[in-house]
Design a protein around this ligand. Sequence first.
Ligand code: ADX
Ligand code: SF4
Length: 245
Amino acid sequence: MDSPIAPADVPALAETYASRGPEEILAFALERYADIALSFSGAEDVVLVEMASRIRPGVQVFCLDTGRLHPETYRFLEQVRERYPIELHVLSPDAVPLAALVRQKGLFSFLVDGHGECCGIRKVAPLRRHLATLRAWVTGQRKDQSPSTRSVVPVIQLDEAFGTPERPLLKFNPLAGWSSARVWQYIRDNEIPYNALHERGFVSIGCEPCTRPVLPNQHEREGRWWWEEATKKECGLHPKNVHEL
Ligand code: ADX
Ligand code: SF4
């Protein structure tokens, strides 16, 4: 274990693994990296926790606790912590900039001037801090999650937003090629627990004030930051998706 991938090899590996299943991609990622963790949002990306904890019991998983998640999501996080052999890190925002934002602009500034500032403090900064301790991370991004920002997400990529040329960071997206239907088939077939919000019309789940259920045939992304344009519906965890538009 632990033979990091050279940045120059990433495009060819991404092509080779593009048609492989998520388990195979995860096994490859875990084989190559000791310092790797899964990012878990508390939604259907639980399938990666199921797969990775079988391959490497004790695998690191982290969740960005923005302080604004639904009660159902906090309960689901605990259910996952109890059920799987994982090391779960629940990451909090830095109290100083958060207190300054809330003092100056209140608790719902994102409705007035966009979600960038709040997501920056509650999600992106804690993510940046945590990724500095890792050499690779795994996400549950899928191409079908967002036609406007995720249609080209590769299964393996160099993370140029959070890594540097001196300290390259690899990003694995094992579910990139799976549809939502395939993920849910896997959840049912394997009797995997899921967030109770999914039973109430929620598909894509983020923070409570910025997530709402969707109607039949509405795209899942319409339930996120619905007051903003589709092309801006990325919170900064995956900035390359927006830059490539
Ligand atoms: S977001 O950027 O719009 O919030 P989305 O909810 O689609 O992301 O989730 C895509 C992937 O980003 C998840 O599968 C997970 O890997 C990561 N992610 C999103 N939110 C979180 C979170 N709160 N904590 C950890 N990872 C997250
Ligand atoms: Fe803030 Fe909404 Fe972003 Fe959560 S999703 S960090 S509440 S703007």
